[in-house]
Ligand binder design. Structure first.
Ligand SMILES: [Zn+2]
Ligand SMILES: [Zn+2]
Length: 229
C-alpha cells in the first residue's frame, strides 16, 4: 500500500496545474485510503486492529460510508464500537472513571486512521518534491507554474523544506522565493477580486460585470480555512 503511493511519479501529481498541488496530493491520498479501508483492508487483520483503536474522523467516516458498501462499513463499525466499549469506559456502572480514560475519550473523537496515513505519506511525497526540485530544471519550472499554494500548505511545505529531508542550502533561496510567490500572488489576487466585488455594490458600477470577482468570497474562505482532509 505504502509502496504504491510512494512510487507515483511526482511529476504526474504536479502536471494538472489545478489549484494547490499539496491539496491535490492530499485529495489523491484521501481517495486512495478511503477506498482501501472499505476494500482491500478488509482482508488485513493488522489494519483492522489499527482502525479499531484509532477510529475515523467525521469526514472520513462519511466518505467511507458513501464510497464503500454497507456490509464492510458495518463490520468496521461493529469492531470499532466493541473496542470503544472495552477500552474507554469503566467496566462497571458506578465506577469513577479515571482522568486518563476521560482524556482518551477526547483523543478518540479526533483520532483517525485515514488522517494519520495521509499525514505520514504527505511528508514522504514532499521529500520527493524536494529531491526532484533540486535535481531537475524541468520540475522547478513545473513547480513555479502551479496556480498557487494555499496558506495552510505554505506553512506545511516550508516547515518540511527547512527540515531534515528538505531543501539543501544551494537551492533554498530559490525554493523559498518560488513558494513565497505562489502563496503571496494568489493572496493579492484574492484581495483584488474582493475589492472589485465590494466596488460592484457602488451604484456608479451598476450594470458592470462581476467578472472573476463573482466567487471571490467563496474562493477566499476556501483558501484561508480549507477543511483538512
Ligand atoms: Zn493546499
Ligand atoms: Zn480523518
Amino acid at each position: 500500500m505504502k509502496e504504491n503511493i510512494c512510487t507515483i511519479p511526482i511529476n504526474d501529481l504536479f502536471k494538472p496545474k489545478d489549484g494547490c498541488p499539496i491539496c491535490r496530493m492530499e485529495k489523491m491520498l484521501e481517495e486512495t485510503y478511503v477506498d482501501f479501508v472499505v476494500g482491500d483492508a478488509m482482508m488485513e487483520p493488522n489494519i483492522r486492529i489499527e482502525t479499531n483503536k484509532k477510529g475515523f474522523c467525521h469526514r472520513h467516516f462519511s466518505k467511507m460510508f458513501s464510497a464503500g458498501q454497507k456490509l464492510p462499513n458495518a463490520l468496521i463499525m461493529e469492531s470499532h464500537l466493541k473496542s470503544v466499549i472495552d477500552s474507554v469506559l469503566p467496566k462497571k456502572a458506578g465506577t469513577k472513571p479515571d482522568k486518563k480514560s476521560l482524556e482518551k475519550i477526547t483523543e478518540l473523537s479526533e483520532s483517525c486512521y485515514v488522517c494519520d496515513r495521509i499525514d505520514r505519506d504527505i511528508h514522504h511525497l514532499l521529500a520527493t518534491v524536494f529531491s526532484e526540485y533540486q535535481k531537475s530544471d524541468e520540475f522547478r519550472t513545473l513547480y513555479r507554474e502551479q496556480p498557487f499554494i494555499c496558506l495552510n500548505h505554505y506553512a506545511y511545505i516550508m516547515k518540511d523544506a527547512m527540515g531534515k529531508h528538505g531543501i539543501g542550502s544551494k537551492f533554498m533561496k530559490q525554493f523559498n522565493e518560488d513558494t513565497y510567490k505562489l502563496t503571496k500572488n494568489y493572496l493579492l489576487k484574492l484581495k483584488d477580486d474582493t475589492t472589485y466585488f465590494c466596488s460592484m455594490f457602488d451604484y456608479r458600477n451598476k450594470g458592470k460585470d462581476f467578472g472573476e470577482s463573482r466567487d471571490a468570497l467563496e474562493r477566499s474562505i476556501e483558501y484561508l480555512t480549507k477543511e483538512k482532509p
